[in-house]
Ligand binder design. Structure first.
Ligand code: SF4
Length: 458
């Protein structure tokens, strides 16, 4: 994928930017550009963004052309699980040395692709550029094309070096590459009136496995999972679905919009977290597919699932009721977990609106109410302050914030991509309730909140 300046500028266009007030004739807002800021690549660069979006394609090999240190950055940091091939878990790299920087790494890359094809027989090879290989000017596009010809397997060049901007941009470049090189390149054996794609769900901790059986029971077929637990071939079929269900809007909305323009497939933005969101998601899928009997089946399934869940959740609800939570996450989770917490009788008193679209920010404000606190930045000191001011009972956030919670001596639940528990769907709701209960009622809190022996009065 050759990224010209024009292409990158287009991907940087933030159609949902709230500061953008310029309107076109049809009253649509003109996109406003979001150029990279200093430090945008710190910790999570576009290369990492592209990898986390594509690595869940489990039967493909993911080869990093660059220094070995870049490979560590995204590899294994997101627990995207596979129900089949585990090839995606192998970290391939050309491991560039000083010599390669001086004389070029093209030959090494070519050999690496051939070697991977021979030893692992992948469905495709995704080749990622990094800062170093982009700066030394390796012609990766040509090498990938030549290697693809030689091995007879698609070799897709992902041009998202770290210096381009943020992780989010990398997610979009990955989506663009799928649109350009994968979607529409093969035809499914058959199509049904109830074929859908799920976009922006990465099967972290196996979450999609909580949702797929529900859709199957309704007679809905997931044609392409983009990209959680996906096989390369199924993404080729994405153009034949009747509906796209977008889960992570911030990174996937652009892709859904382009599929709509190109293939006329409508999309809806949904969440799998919490009972209310899950119910709404199933109802919206059934309504958009437009079949009366499907809608009827959906209502039966919702009634059955929610009744069973109410019984299972009852003991947890009574212990979690009234607990006050500070939530620090991003995108879809920053509003959908508010609803999930509400389902359990808990109250979210503060949340962040990072990486959220304009619509998601509006949802957050509405769900939090007047007294709710919206955190735009979440430095450890700012979070500690909020935890103290609000007298929160627990912090729900990403793994990097667990030490903030420990400092505040309050329980913590990991909600981001390093988590090991699946919280999506009805089964995920029960799992979340169990995890919240165990975190909140762990006997350790009694111990750590005790004054230190040397502080105790004699
Ligand atoms: S691609 Fe660049 S910013 Fe990203 S990990 Fe490698 S060196 Fe760092």
């Amino acid at each position: 994928m050759n990224n010209t300046k024009v292409k990158i500028n287009k991907l940087l266009n933030e159609t949902n930017c709230e500061h953008n007030q310029i309107k076109l004739q049809d009253n649509k807002k003109v996109s406003c550009k979001k150029p990279p800021q200093p430090g945008a690549a710190q910790g999570n660069c576009p290369f990492e963004g592209a990898m986390v979006a594509l690595v869940p394609i489990t039967d493909a090999a993911h080869l990093v052309h660059g220094p070995v240190a870049c490979t560590r950055n995204p590899w294994g940091s997101r627990g995207s699980l596979s129900s089949g091939s585990k090839l995606h878990q192998i970290g391939f790299t050309t491991d560039l040395s000083e010599n390669d920087v001086i004389f070029g790494g093209e030959q090494k890359l070519y050999q690496a692709i051939l070697d991977i094809a021979q030893r692992y027989n992948p469905a495709a090879v995704f080749v990622y550029s990094t800062c170093v290989t982009a700066l030394i000017g390796d012609d990766m596009d040509t090498i990938c094309q030549a290697a693809a010809k030689k091995i007879g397997i698609p070799v897709i060049y992902i041009n998202a070096p770290g210096f381009l901007g943020s992780k989010n941009l990398g997610n979009r470049i990955a989506g663009e590459a799928l649109l350009e090189h994968v979607v529409g390149t093969a035809e499914p054996e058959m199509i049904t009136p109830f074929d859908i794609n799920i976009i922006g769900e990465y099967n972290v901790a196996g979450e999609i496995w909580n949702v797929l059986p529900l859709l199957k029971r309704l007679g809905i077929r997931v044609l392409s999972k983009i990209t959680g637990d996906a096989r390369y071939q199924e993404i080729c079929y994405a153009h034949r679905a009747k509906l796209n269900v977008v889960i992570c809007s911030n990174v996937s909305l652009g892709m859904a919009q382009k599929i709509k323009e190109r293939y006329g497939i409508p999309y809806i933005e949904e969440s799998f977290y919490g009972v209310e969101n899950m119910n709404r998601c199933l109802r919206n899928i059934a309504a958009t597919l437009g079949d009366f009997y499907l809608q009827e089946r959906t209502e039966w399934l919702i009634a059955e699932e929610t009744a069973a869940l109410d019984i299972a959740l009852a003991p947890y609800r009574s212990r979690l009721k009234g607990k006050r939570v500070v939530l620090y996450s991003g995108g879809v989770k920053s509003w959908s977990i508010i609803l999930a917490a509400r389902d359990l009788g808990m109250e979210v008193i503060a949340t962040s609106d990072r990486k959220s679209t304009k619509e998601e920010k509006a949802k957050i404000k509405q769900l939090l109410g007047q007294d709710g606190i919206v955190l735009s930045k979440g430095s450890p000191s700012a979070l500690l302050q909020v935890l103290e001011n609000t007298k929160a009972d627990m912090l729900i956030a990403g793994g990097s914030n667990q030490y903030t919670a420990l400092k505040a001596r309050i329980p913590f639940l990991d909600i981001n991509h390093e988590r090991h528990h699946a919280y999506a769907g009805y089964a995920g709701m029960l799992e979340m309730a169990q995890e919240l209960y165990e975190a909140l009622y762990s006997p350790v809190w009694k111990q750590v909140r005790k004054p230190a022996p040397w502080d105790e009065k004699n």
